[in-house]
Write a protein that binds this ligand. Structure first.
Ligand code: SIN
Ligand code: FE2
Length: 201
């Protein structure tokens, strides 16, 4: 699928690749546990739980959205990005510099992510590479305006979505998770990993 610079590589990771990657993610979540981010200003809790790996991680709290070098709760520097993810970036991003941040989102059956544009990165030329593990998600792809028409696509475990070119400045979000659609996570739900370049190389 290719739409406005959104490019979905369906089934990019087979079951074995998904399991390997999941083990690495579970391992690093021991050091950087999932936490509940808050919306800027209101402090309202988000339904998606988050963590990061990389030299920088994306965080959100009452003070706003930002990238920082450490976990907001335990204040320990984020763990390194696993090699499997660096290899996926090298193969698909078409960008010379490596990613600096990997946002780890965890969606339970009720979690969703409202329409937004990722624009906290200084380097907006680099794509965002997004990898899904676990239950199927209904992903909404919009345009550069909040009210532009949108298109929805179901994203399944092992799919990799690239947001490059025009899509890099487009609204997108996750409307819902379909519980019980994957056996990858024993606890159910979905991990989404987004690799990001933050600073200009
Ligand atoms: C994001 O937009 O940051 C995550 C998208 C997803 O979970 O597929
Ligand atoms: Fe996003």
């Amino acid at each position: 699928m290719n739409y406005n610079g959104y490019c979905l590589h369906s089934g990019f990771l087979g079951r074995e690749g998904q399991e390997k990657l999941l083990l690495r993610i579970r391992d690093l979540l021991q050091d950087a546990p999932l936490y509940t981010p808050q919306m800027p200003r209101t402090g309202k809790p988000m339904s998606v739980r988050m963590s990061n790996c990389g030299t920088l991680g994306w965080v959100s709290d009452k003070q706003g959205y930002r990238y920082q070098e450490y976990h907001p709760e335990n204040r320990i520097p984020w763990p390194a990005i696993p090699q499997i993810l660096l290899d996926i970036w090298a193969g698909l991003a078409g960008y010379s510099a490596p990613p600096e941040a990997c946002l780890i989102n965890y969606y339970d059956a009720k979690a969703r992510l409202g329409l937004h544009v990722d624009k906290d990165e200084i380097d907006m030329k680099a794509p965002i590479v997004s990898i899904s593990l676990g239950d199927t998600a209904l992903f909404r792809m919009g345009g550069t305006g909040r009210r532009d028409p949108t298109r929805s696509v179901r994203i399944i475990s092992g799919d990799v979505m690239i947001m490059a070119g025009p899509a890099r400045r487009c609204y997108h979000g996750v409307d819902r998770i379909y519980p019980g659609t994957s056996s990858l996570l024993a606890e159910g739900g979905r991990f989404n990993l987004t690799l990001r370049r933050v600073s200009t190389p």
